[in-house]
Design a protein around this ligand. Structure first.
Ligand SMILES: Cc1ncc(COP(=O)(O)O)c(C=O)c1O
Length: 467
């Protein structure tokens, strides 16, 4: 038998295919590139096909030119601005474009913002800036600054828990409930005090796909700040919505047109339509970015500010974002987001026809939505949405089931996120697989293990089941 030392060896004729891949210790000897490639590649085969992954918000399709451009920049480290100054300039242009899409009032040539590895880094930077601004004001007033807090709905993404833990800023969660399915501005204000560094409404709530009402919050906050003398600002976590609202709902005020919105973050790798990892944070004006966070560089024809948690980071995504702006333009982005929303609405309509299901919200405002088992049906069902998730996996679809956050945690929901690359035909295929899966589950004579566990837990809270 040939082995890998022989350059003529074909991959599957090599001895390597008979050996397990390394798990704990680096192999003693090198492996030919073709074989090493195959070994790594095949480990990825059993995974979900990204195009069928309706769980992720993150881009799974870019066109060939975008892919080529990004692959060609794979060896570019963004932080090496001296070596790759044009990447830094392109980054500045991307920040300008986004700031203007969000109606920044800033007059400078280079708007104030930063690139991040995703929304998480962008949210952190927005939160840190709010915290440092608050701290500076407290010091100037001769007041203590050891108990900062921020206010957010219980529909927050885990990044805000990280922000709270890592920077020791208390997180005050406003519960979302059956009555208030998004952040209730008046309840939010009840959670505020002199130590509140900011309130964080979300555009494209991870759990539900809905938008908090930033304008209503801003108005209530304006009155509150005037009454109390506080200067509590808003940071908008627009991880998904930041790239949807400007195109599909440009008249809706959620951005820098509102007085107290001082910073906004988003994911370039979600509806910015770039492969992972890319996030952006923009401040309304340079004065809202504390100097301590701002590392200025002056070799770009102007002073531009550089802010970030990471030092090294890939440059390719920045080129991908800029490519998208040029390739798609406003009209192109609008058409893609429109199509995603239309397909989400179509699926939503079809889900509504299942007697077993109930859509959580009355409308689809972003290209993602959730549904749950119909309350009556749930009383006698022999399966849960976790079983449906498993069944759909058998046909390749990843459609997650999960429980809603605190105060709604008894509701098990299922979510689809429609992204570029998901067509009406694919939606029909997915729906056909779902109908078949539900029909199979309907045939069950005995409850599934997930059903038994669910009922046991809910019975303890007093829920009654009828079988
Ligand atoms: C509302 C919200 N904020 C923040 C994040 C974190 O984003 P990223 O994965 O880009 O770090 C997400 C991710 O889903 C999100 O939905």
């Amino acid at each position: 038998m040939k082995d890998e030392k022989n350059l003529q060896t074909s991959v599957f004729a090599s001895e390597r295919v008979l050996k397990p891949s390394p798990e704990d210790v680096i192999p003693q000897k090198p492996t030919p590139a073709e074989i090493a490639y195959q070994m790594v590649k095949e480990e990825t085969y059993p995974q979900t096909n990204p195009m069928l992954n309706l769980a992720t918000f993150v881009t799974t399709y870019m066109d060939e030119y975008a892919t080529k451009l990004m692959n060609e920049a794979i060896n570019i480290n963004y932080i090496d601005e001296t070596e790759y100054p044009r990447v830094a300039v392109i980054n500045g242009k991307c920040i300008n474009i986004l700031a203007n899409l969000w109606n920044t009032p800033e007059k400078r040539k280079w708007k104030t913002g930063a690139v991040g590895i995703g929304s998480s880094e962008a949210c952190m930077l927005g939160g840190i800036a709010a915290w440092l601004r608050w701290k500076k004001r407290r010091i100037a007033q001769g007041k203590p600054y050891d108990k900062p807090n921020f206010v957010i709905s219980s529909g927050m993404q885990v990044v805000w828990e990280k922000f709270s833990q890592l920077w020791q800023v208390e997180m005050r969660q406003v519960p979302i409930s059956r009555e208030h399915i998004t952040l209730d501005p008046h309840l939010a204000l009840q959670h505020c005090d002199e130590n509140t560094i900011c309130i964080v409404p979300i555009q494209g709530v991870t759990w539900t796909g809905l938008n908090d009402d930033v304008e209503e919050l801003n108005d209530a906050l304006d009155e509150y700040n005037a009454r109390t003398g506080y200067e509590i600002p808003i940071h908008v976590d627009a991880a998904s919505g930041g790239f949807i609202l400007p195109f599909l709902n440009p008249h809706k005020k959620w951005d820098f047109r509102l007085k107290w919105v001082l910073s906004i973050s988003t994911s370039g790798h979600k509806y910015g339509l770039v492969y992972p990892g890319l996030g952006w944070v923009i401040w309304k004006d340079r004065k809202y970015l504390p100097d301590d966070m701002n590392f200025s560089v002056n070799y770009l024809g102007a002073e531009i500010s550089q802010v970030g948690l990471n030092f090294s980071r890939p440059g390719a995504q920045i080129l991908g974002q800029y490519y998208n702006y040029i390739r798609l333009g406003f009209e192109g982005y609008k058409a893609i987001q429109h199509n995603c929303l239309e397909i989400a609405k179509y699926i939503w309509g079809e889900i509504a026809k299942f007697p077993q299901f109930h859509n959580y919200a009355k409308e689809v405002v972003n290209p993602l939505f959730i549904w749950h088992l119909d309350e009556e049906y749930d009383k006698s069902a022999k399966w849960t949405l976790y079983d449906l998730q498993d069944k759909l996996k058998q046909s390749g679809w990843m459609i997650p089931a999960y429980t809603l956050p605190k105060s709604l945690e008894d509701i098990v929901v299922m979510r689809v996120v429609v992204k570029q690359g998901f067509t009406r035909d694919m939606a029909d295929m997915m729906l056909a697989d779902m109908r078949a899966a539900v029909a199979e589950l309907e045939q069950l004579k005995f409850p599934t293990t997930s059903r038994i566990a669910y009922e046991k837990q809910e019975q303890q809270k007093g829920k009654v089941f009828t079988h």
